[in-house]
Design a binder for this molecule. Structure first.
Ligand code: UT7
Length: 335
């Protein structure tokens, strides 16, 4: 039987995609690839790419849309959590920059980086703050990613995958509802998906020891991906995370109204559906439109499904992600 607990109420949703749309055909002009290869191997047709707008700007647009949808003022927000692996600065956090943009001065503000699994982790963190009933009653959760910033456009196996975009939820506490989460990570796979930050070059440094992870050298700060290893991890963990979250929620995967997976590769999602014994109709997939937008991919897909009437209030939803870290997570809630 479904377990009732204190969970989350989604008061408002909003998303933002930069205007520029890059097609598979566009990629044939910069790398040796084809629309046929990209479509068959990934399911991607187009992705949105910024024209220089930073991550905080994308996030602020989604946040404003979510606040308007919720019908609340910036001053009503107690906590801003931003999920991103493509921040604009080491400091300040993207959350502080978004707070400044939307005028929610005074709220708590912080970033979390769990790569593509970020929105699941962020949702769970928001729920835990709300659960504490300790002064946090309204949370703004924003996923904002500008992956084009560290995408290596000389690497045909990865550059065709990624897009930019953002999405935001306004969250409140909801009593006696469906909520369960199953989160995890396996740092032994850290080198399979990585983009480096600045190296230590302080003036006092004496030792030449290289502390780099064991992975092939990538160009400067660009993203390195071992596609096959990530693919293996993803196909294994998607179903695993959903099954475990379902067990905690006291429901079976087939009882879910919709599963919104991280949008990385349609073949990964098809394998997960097969492993879970659910039809692809249950899987919310918009990868053809947006490609992989890391932590923003799940909420963007969710919002499209809501706008198109595929997801409705009262539905039992599962968000399931995997990504850099390596990380995995599934969160089940009633919309
Ligand atoms: O959110 C981050 C999570 N990331 C992921 O989930 C990525 C997971 N991995 C994948 O989705 C897939 O591994 C890729 C889409 C990245 C690659 O697909 P694949 O079916 O594993 O291809 P592959 O790496 O086995 O490459 C097959 C062939 C190779 O050629 P040869 O050696 O067989 O001659 C590649 O060089 O396809 C070639 N290839 C391409 N050909 C045309 C690789 N990229 C391309 C390309 N266009 N863009």
């Amino acid at each position: 039987m479904a377990v009732k607990t204190t969970g989350i109420e989604i008061m408002g949703i909003g998303r933002y995609l930069p205007e520029t749309v890059v097609t598979n055909e566009d990629f044939t002009k910069i790398v040796d690839t084809s629309d046929e290869w990209i479509t068959q191997r990934t399911g991607i047709k187009t992705r949105h790419i910024t024209n220089g707008e930073p991550t905080y700007y994308l996030g602020a647009q989604a946040a404003k849309a979510a606040l308007e949808d919720a019908g609340i003022k910036p001053a009503d927000i107690d906590l801003i959590i931003v999920t991103t692996c493509t921040p604009d600065y080491y400091t300040p956090s993207t959350a502080c920059l978004i707070q400044r943009e939307i005028g929610a001065i005074g709220s708590m503000a912080m970033d979390i980086n769990c790569a593509c699994t970020g929105f699941d982790y962020g949702l769970d963190m928001a729920r835990r703050y709300l659960l504490a009933e300790d002064g946090v009653d309204t949370v703004l959760l924003v996923a904002s990613e500008e992956l084009s910033k560290f995408t290596d456009y000389q690497d045909r196996a990865s550059c065709i995958l990624f897009g930019d975009g953002s999405a935001a939820f306004v969250l409140k506490r909801k009593k006696e509802t469906l909520y369960a989460s199953f989160l995890g990570a396996d740092g032994t796979g850290a080198g399979f998906l990585a983009a480096r930050a600045l190296k230590s070059e302080n003036v006092f440094r004496k030792n030449e020891k290289d502390f780099d992870m064991d992975m092939p050298a990538s160009r400067e700060h660009y993203l390195y991906q071992d596609g096959k290893e990530v693919y293996k991890f993803a196909t294994k963990t998607l179903a695993f995370a959903v099954v475990n979250a379902c067990e905690k929620a006291g429901i079976k995967p087939e009882e879910l109204s919709a599963i919104v997976p991280h949008q990385a590769n349609v073949r990964i999602i098809e394998t997960a559906a097969k492993n879970l014994g659910v039809s692809m109709d249950k899987m919310v997939v918009y990868i053809d439109r947006y490609g992989n937008t890391s932590s923003a991919s799940i909420p963007i897909a969710f919002i499209d499904a809501v706008k198109e009437g595929r997801i409705n209030k009262g539905d039992k939803i599962c968000f399931v992600g995997f990504g850099g870290g390596l990380t995995y997570a599934a969160v089940i809630f009633e919309y």
